[in-house]
Design a binder for this molecule. Structure first.
Ligand code: HPA
Length: 274
């Protein structure tokens, strides 16, 4: 990343700091239909993406573009309500820009959530899946280009992309809440088409348990930045070809609505301990 981009990160962070005194420790990026967590932030300060210097603007239905700063059970957080997807036309480094800004704001750990299609046939729509690892199937990488050593190393280790410690924490919290938490590998594709049944067979063969169109570029940048990552997928539908029915964004949003309470109970209990 060039120093021009580093300057953009600093300018965005400076603007955000100027709106709010809280220094966030945990970053939250929420997937389709899971933005309800935003309503539970205490003393929230809302900043529209359009007001933040250099911030991209989200375009997809069901995603809102605002950054919220506040606390969750006394833990200072920064929450992205609405994220940037490569299918919107953004490069992977753009989708990951807010992660850089979070790091600059002082964030140490990142919770990423998404809606995903279930590839593992033992899953059911409405299940929550702890992401154990991912397959970057986007064909690109947000770190392509000159590396700025001030931001991270040239060849980042991805052997624990999703923190073992945070996964253990999530499992313990889930048990305590009586919530069944699946665990598996998330395959991140470009979209915006849902997959063909043949692609789902391929992904299953490659070791994927769930598939979606987000997360991987954000997590790559988070690891490059030295952030610890926890990822949770909401299995919103079974992936193409598993059931004899077409896939739709409406179904994704409906399932997210149904898991709302379970999802909120889980993440609200995890966040203070991250
Ligand atoms: N495929 C890709 N992305 C998704 C899906 C899916 O089946 N469901 C929700 N996001």
């Amino acid at each position: 990343m060039s120093s021009v981009q580093q300057q953009s990160i600093k300018e965005a962070a400076a603007y955000i700091r100027g709106q709010n005194g809280v220094q966030p420790e945990v970053g939250l990026i929420l997937g389709s239909g899971l933005g309800v967590l935003a309503e539970l932030i205490e003393n929230p300060v809302s900043i529209a993406y359009t007001d933040i210097p250099h911030f991209p603007v989200s375009t997809v239905e069901g995603h809102e573009g605002e950054l919220l700063l506040g606390t969750i059970h006394d833990r200072p957080v920064v929450l992205m309500k609405g994220r940037f997807h490569m299918y919107e036309g953004y490069g992977p480094e753009v989708t990951a820009f807010p992660v850089r800004v979070m790091k600059e704001l002082g964030v140490k750990s990142l919770l990423v959530t998404n809606a995903a299609g279930g590839i593992n046939t033992s899953f059911e729509p409405g299940d929550l899946m702890l992401i154990s690892d991912h397959l970057n199937m986007t064909g690109t990488n947000p770190l392509i280009g000159p590396n700025d050593p001030a931001l991270g190393v040239r060849f980042p280790d991805m052997s624990q992309a999703y923190s073992r410690q945070l996964r253990q924490l999530a499992k313990e919290v889930a048990v305590g809440q009586g919530i069944v938490l699946r665990e598996g590998v998330y395959a991140g594709l470009l979209g915006p088409t849902y997959e063909t049944p043949a692609e789902i067979v391929m992904l299953r063969t490659l070791g994927a348990d769930a598939v979606g169109m987000s997360t991987v570029s954000e997590v790559i940048v988070a690891r490059h930045s030295g952030l610890e990552v926890l990822g949770i997928s909401c299995i919103s539908n079974m992936a193409a070809g598993i059931l004899d029915q077409p896939l739709s964004h409406d179904e994704v949003m409906e399932t997210a609505e149904k898991v709302r309470e379970k999802f909120l109970a889980l993440v609200m209990a995890i966040i203070p301990k991250m």
